[in-house]
Design a protein. Structure first.
Length: 226
């Protein structure tokens, strides 16, 4: 089987790119990566080469998969021994529900607390609706840990796709020093301690690119002017 190629955006900012990259790394699936700097000088050209004009994209066996959750599902099916989903049917169903809620929801946190691994902004980004969104995330994490987490440090015990989906939220909670209850803080620390997560973060810190639109000062300035 040919080695897949994962096309990703800037590691400092691209939360959607982090998710499949982390899952493949933790699962031990070998792949090549290609970083496409978002909104760089050649972004228009590079964007036109991507199926939907977005990253990430997984290229494998003459096909291209261009959406994060679809990439993760493809990886789970193509490398079943990696156990990217829990093997128990009930646990897997809840893990899929949690992953899909992350995929479709939590817009307030995503909008007002952009992923920025280089940044440190304690207390910033707490716009209306953000605290309520954080409470929902804490509730979800706590319920998953209490019901399914006995076999390890992650939401469903062993690391799975649901954890990959929430990894950018973990990063955000670190960047903005979001206070968490003990269970959620332990989960956040477990994700941050993953060697793959640390590898991604080190690479993010070394990147030279800055995207003004993803910096908290720009976002909050825009909000004040609105």
């Amino acid at each position: 089987m040919a080695k897949p190629l994962l096309i990703i955006g800037n590691k400092n900012y691209s939360s959607w790119s982090l998710r499949p990259w982390l899952a493949l790394k933790v699962a031990g699936i070998e792949f090549d990566e290609q970083v496409v700097p978002l909104f760089g000088d050649d972004w228009a050209t590079r964007k036109a080469e991507l199926p939907s004009g977005t990253v990430p994209v997984l290229q494998h066996d003459c096909i291209a998969i261009w959406e994060t959750l679809a990439i993760l599902e493809y990886a789970a099916e193509t490398w079943p021994n990696a156990h990217l989903w829990p093997q128990d049917k009930t646990t897997r169903a809840v893990a899929r529900a949690a992953a899909n809620e992350m995929h479709a929801g939590f817009a307030k946190v995503r909008s007002h607390m952009p992923m920025n691994i280089r940044g440190s902004y304690p207390g910033r980004g707490l716009h209306p609706g953000v605290a309520e969104t954080i409470r929902r995330i804490e509730t979800l994490w706590g319920e998953c840990r209490a019901r399914f987490g006995q076999g390890g440090d992650f939401l469903f015990g062993e690391f799975c796709i649901a954890d990959a989906m929430f990894a950018p939220v973990v990063s955000r909670f670190s960047t903005y020093a979001v206070p968490l209850n003990a269970v959620c803080q332990a989960y956040r620390d477990a994700v941050q301690a993953l060697p793959a997560m640390q590898e991604w973060s080190v690479a993010a810190l070394a990147e030279p690119w800055i995207i003004d639109e993803d910096e908290i000062d720009f976002i909050e300035g825009r909000t004040e002017k609105a």
